[in-house]
Design a protein around this ligand. Structure first.
Ligand code: NAP
Ligand code: G4F
Length: 320
């Protein structure tokens, strides 16, 4: 009998890659989508006929209980969230409702319907915020710097708490930034690679950015969803840092991305204060040793290859 998995956030970057992976592993994949006046299925259009899409929302626990009762998944991957850090200052309450309380609603729905369901929570390196150690691992204390980071800390600890209180197989992946050609256009990697492609094709003549000094540990999203899957195949639930172990400033991202199109970044990048944040996370770099040792996880794509892949994809899409 095929295993059944429920993915919340299936229309997002990670949801689309995870759905592909689970289908290739022979799963029956159920994807939860929220009601919208227009469809947001672009990232899963190529596999939509292999998926069961169901309507639900992390803000509505009744919808979660009904979905679990009807589809009886063996595994739930909770990827849905208000995931853009900058927006979390403009919409702090909504961010808390979906990114923090949404986790409790799903955990409680699992406890109510079937406590044997295995659960994955999409935790984030944003929880480390003003970092208390370098590199960051599973024992590094959290110091979030945005309403989003605070909400993710709540989601992380409620996952640990339900695991310890109710013996749920609930794991939390503390994932560092991961990117791809499917990344939302508002995040800095995709904003840069899309901006480079537009400039190269004569569709724009500048790229406006915020803090170029911030450093991130950037990996490839398709590598990272493999770690999520591996966590739920373990006998025991646990928490894992998933990262590359390397960090790069936004300035270097610009350098590599513009160079991939034969351009020099300093001729086009303009600093614009509107993209600066009220509180910044200056440096993130993760230590993935535990995920490598216990899960046998390895990343396959390095930083220059990732950026070059994204520039090439944006050039191709815009040329089309
Ligand atoms: P994303 O592209 O922004 O996707 C977010 C998904 O959540 C979308 O499918 C969105 O649906 C859905 N969603 C938002 N609010 C919802 C609600 N109230 N009910 C149901 N669905 C809702 O994010 P991502 O990059 O794939 O990230 C996946 C998860 O990992 C997120 O929880 C994110 O915070 C976390 N994370 C991401 C990274 C990263 O670097 N990508 C790193 C660490 C952790 P619509 O399509 O309808 O908007
Ligand atoms: O690409 P970003 O918006 O990603 P951020 O804030 O690191 O968050 C992402 O990764 C987290 C994991 O650490 C996830 F949990 C979260 O959901 C999301 O996927 O910004 C990266 C850095 C920041 O320091 C920002 O200040 O780039 C800097 N930056 C400079 N100029 C910019 C810009 N960021 C954006 N989005 N746009 C700019 O123009």
């Amino acid at each position: 009998m095929a295993k059944r998995a429920l993915i919340t956030g299936i229309t997002g970057q990670d949801g689309s890659y995870l759905a592909e992976l689970l289908l290739s592993e022979g799963y029956h994949v159920v994807g939860m989508v929220r009601r919208s006046s227009t469809e947001t299925f672009e990232r899963i259009a190529h596999i939509q006929d292999q998926l069961t899409l169901v309507s639900g929302d992390l803000l509505d626990e009744v919808s979660l209980i009904n979905i679990l009762q009807e589809h009886r998944p063996h595994e739930v991957y909770n990827l849905a969230a208000q995931s853009f850090v900058q927006t979390s200052w403009a919409q702090p309450v909504f961010t808390g409702e979906s990114t923090a309380m949404g986790v409790t609603r799903m955990l409680d729905a699992i406890r109510t319907v079937d406590s044997e369901i295995r659960f994955y929570q999409a935790s984030s390196s944003e929880m480390f915020g003003k970092v208390q150690a370098v590199p960051q691992d599973e024992d590094t204390p959290f110091y979030p710097r945005s309403p989003y980071g605070v909400a993710k800390v709540y989601g992380h600890w409620i996952t640990v708490n339900y695991r310890e209180s109710y013996d749920l197989h609930a794991s939390s992946g503390i994932l560092f930034n991961h990117e791809s050609p499917r990344r939302g256009l508002e995040f800095v990697t995709r904003k840069v690679t899309n901006g480079v492609a537009k400039i190269k094709l004569g569709l724009a003549n500048e790229l406006r950015l915020g803090n170029l000094d911030a450093q991130r540990d950037w990996g490839f999203a398709a590598d990272y969803v493999r770690a999520m899957y591996l966590m739920l195949q373990q006998d025991r639930p646990d928490d894992y840092v998933v990262a590359t172990g390397e960090t790069h400033p936004v300035r270097e991202l610009c350098e590599v991305a513009f160079a991939a199109a034969g351009l020099h970044w300093e001729n086009f990048v303009v600093i614009d204060p509107q993209f600066m944040r009220p509180a910044e996370v200056d440096l993130l770099v993760g230590d993935p040793s535990k995920a490598e040792r216990v899960l046998g996880w390895r990343r396959e794509v390095d930083f220059p290859s990732l950026v070059e892949m994204m520039v090439a994809a944006d050039l191709k899409a815009l040329q089309r």
